[in-house]
Design a protein around this ligand. Structure first.
Ligand code: FAD
Length: 671
């Protein structure tokens, strides 16, 4: 088996130039894969990966190495695999995931022909060319991404810009994914402040898509870790893995793209799309409607459903002039029951907010737009469908994992922090943690940033600054330059939220909450404020994703506090655990359930920005005030601009990177 690895390694060592930009190592060991010799195949693939990275390796650092897993469904080449047994596919995935060989290493990238072949299956059986085209396209993407990263790494190492030597005699000092300290002397192009998911996505997108406009970027973060709100922790010895901030995301294509860009798409895990969500109403946990059961679900009365249906069709009061709160909008359009039993608890689930204050336009803009577009919610949906019909279907990046089905949620095998950690690793020395930005000043066309760092006070100079820090931090930094921007940002409310993770034995769950296999099914439950429960909601962490807790236990993540209960910030850990346990005993646990195991208690003193009435104007006003002050090189991003869901932050990260690149082009043109 090692013979094979030696062969590849020797082949690379014996290469008599010229070196190509991309070297794809195709092994075609698929024939070794059968239900009988999985381990043989596994060894071969591991050996191949090893051979790409083994040292010493003569391949110059700027050559992008890619190794492939062979296409299992290339029926032209291998008709015997036409109807690949499902068991083989399962084993393939198992081997791939267990061994992590679908992951790119710092040196070598992986072209997953399995996913590619699946993606173009309808064509693949007609002509092999489509596969070849797609593979070429993906190979080009890998190459472009690596080149962009190389540009970034080179920039970070002080050799500004993408590789400039076409005869490749002077390779850049760092390979993609290097972790060496970046050179921060001179004038940088962009400093991204904040390494939460917004900042890291912005930096990753700048590096991969706008390297020409922004070859020298740096990310700075005040904490000693990246991820911001994303806080996964684990106790491997005890088989526990939990989240202390967000628990999951809705896997839109932007998140999938970010995962692909960061090289962790193969770590994605998706929840069961059929997992019910419950609302506690009138002393009972009741499932929310999930489609076919829209007429029969028992969370609402028949009259309430009729009211909602008529309102959605347009039998309701017209859209008023003034901005409506979520409560006003939903009561007017869909009636009291939809508001009280579905939307009010949903506002706790997403914003930990107060629906009397949250702005419909700012907090749930897509739904708000429907009524504006079509006169009613259903009218808007129909109009949207009509508009879409006239447009060509947008092509989806073939490198993305298949579109998740149904109303699922996603995470990563080792929790949400996988994504920010991988992004930071790819950015390498361009990320500085424990760098706390204390002041921004303008010197001509350049911004001077002053930091408190473990090495003392540091100064950076940059043509642009992308702020992805919370609004109240940005407010302090901008007070001197743009007082009205600062005042607006300071006015945004960030109420406290507690995340309390408890473990119970499975036997503690009420029998009527368990399925036929004895598992606790579902995503989790929400508790309307009117129902006498203090906890906002509970996520069934161990039901949602695998390997979060040892067998025989359940792991429950409970959110507490928010805009309508700020006391959480003053409560002790024990008080929080006691209150959550008391609440759970009313809804989910047997009366004789043992005391919970306290896995983690974290209180976020300023957790989630509230998109209250006037939010969009406040943020827009702050942006405008910065421009008026001549600080148009300082751009505002992060969740209070993008939207609070992780998917929104990531989507906006790509947009924000484009805005930063545009700004740089503008200032370069002026100069
Ligand atoms: C308890 C909780 C539960 C949530 N649940 C979900 C969920 O299940 N699903 C979902 O989609 N979303 C959820 N969210 C929302 C989501 O997590 C956030 O909106 C998102 O993570 C925000 O990312 P961000 O990068 O914009 O901001 P942040 O994560 O706040 O990142 C900002 C970064 O800036 C850094 N910073 C601050 N000041 C400075 C400074 N002076 N210098 C340098 N750096 C600085 C901070 O340390 C931080 O790392 C939840 C949020 C919380 C708090």
């Amino acid at each position: 088996m090692t013979h094979f690895a030696n062969e590849t390694h020797e082949y690379l060592q014996a290469w008599r130039g010229p070196w190509p930009d991309l070297l794809v190592l195709d092994t075609s060991v698929w024939h070794l894969f059968s239900d009988k010799n999985v381990s043989n195949y596994e060894r071969q693939m591991l050996a191949l990966r090893h051979s790409c990275t083994r040292r010493p390796l003569k391949v110059p650092p700027w050559v992008v190495l890619a190794w492939v897993s062979p296409p299992p469904r290339n029926t032209l080449k291998a008709p015997q695999y036409k109807d690949l047994p499902a068991e083989w596919i399962r084993l393939y995935n198992l081997v791939a995931r267990n061994q992590g060989f679908l992951q790119s290493t710092g040196r070598a990238h992986h072209l997953d022909l399995y996913a590619i072949a699946l993606d173009c299956l309808p064509w693949c059986s007609r002509d092999g060319l489509h596969v070849v085209d797609t593979v070429n396209e993906v190979a080009l993407q890998v190459l472009a991404a690596a080149a962009a990263r190389r540009g970034l790494a080179a920039a970070a190492a002080g050799t500004i810009g993408p590789r400039r030597d076409p005869v490749r005699t002077a390779p850049p000092a760092r390979a993609a994914g290097a972790t060496a300290t970046a050179d921060d002397s001179g004038v940088l192009d962009v400093v991204v402040v904040g390494a939460g998911i917004s900042g890291l996505t912005t930096a990753q997108a700048l590096a991969m898509q706008h390297a020409a406009a922004a070859p020298r970027i740096l990310v700075t973060e005040s904490r000693d870790r990246v991820g911001g709100n994303v806080t996964t922790d684990s106790n491997d010895k005890e088989g526990l893995l939990w989240e202390e901030g967000p628990n999951s995301f809705q896997p839109n294509d932007f998140i999938l793209q970010a995962a692909v860009d960061a090289g962790v798409a193969d770590e994605l895990v998706l929840g069961d799309p059929k997992a019910p969500r419950f609302v506690y109403w009138d002393k009972e946990l009741r499932p929310t409607p999930s489609g076919p059961d829209v007429l029969t679900f028992n969370l609402m009365s028949p009259l309430g459903k009729i009211r909602a249906g008529l309102g959605a069709m347009g039998f309701k009061a017209p859209l008023p002039e003034q901005e409506e709160s979520v409560e006003q909008y939903v009561r007017r359009n869909l009636g009291a029951e939809v508001f009280e039993r579905l939307i009010e608890p949903f506002c706790s689930g997403v914003y930990a907010g107060d629906p009397k204050k949250l702005s419909m336009k700012a907090a749930f803009g897509k739904v708000y737009d429907l009524e504006k577009k079509g006169g009613s919610i259903i009218g808007g949906v129909l109009k949207l469908i009509q508009e879409k019909r006239g447009q060509p279907t947008p092509t989806r990046n073939p490198a993305l994992p298949p579109k998740p089905q149904g109303q699922t949620v996603g995470s990563f095998r080792r929790g949400l922090k996988t994504l920010p950690d991988a992004m930071a690793a790819k950015l390498g020395g361009a990320v500085r943690t424990s760098w706390d930005l204390k002041a921004i000043a303008k010197e001509g066309d350049v911004y001077k940033l002053t930091y408190d760092t473990p090495q003392g006070c540091k100064e950076l100079r940059s043509r642009a600054v992308a702020l992805t820090i919370p609004a109240y931090v940005a407010a302090d930094l901008l007070e001197g330059a743009a007082p009205s921007a600062a005042a607006g940002l300071k006015s945004l409310d960030y109420p406290p939220v507690g995340a309390i993770t408890l473990a119970y034995p499975e036997s503690a769950i009420r029998p009527d909450r368990l399925d036929a296999q004895g598992n606790l099914p579902g995503f989790g439950q929400l508790h309307p404020r009117s129902q006498g429960i203090t906890t906002l909601g509970t996520i069934y962490s161990s039901s949602l994703f695998p390997n979060r807790v040892p067998k025989g236990q359940v792991l429950l993540l409970n959110y507490f506090g928010g805009a309508q209960n700020r006391k959480v910030a003053e409560m002790s850990d024990d008080e929080l655990v006691a209150q959550v346990d008391k609440d759970l005993r009313q809804m989910l646990l047997r009366p004789d359930a043992p005391a919970p195991r306290k896995v983690a208690v974290r209180v976020w003193p300023r957790a989630i920005p509230q998109f209250n009435i006037g939010h969009l104007e406040t943020v827009g006003g702050a942006q405008e005030a910065l421009r008026q002050a001549g600080w148009d090189g300082v751009l505002l991003g992060g969740n209070y601009v993008a939207g609070v869901a992780l998917g929104k932050c990531i989507e906006y990260g790509y947009t924000f990177a484009g805005q930063v690149a545009e700004q740089l082009k503008k200032t370069a043109a002026k100069a």
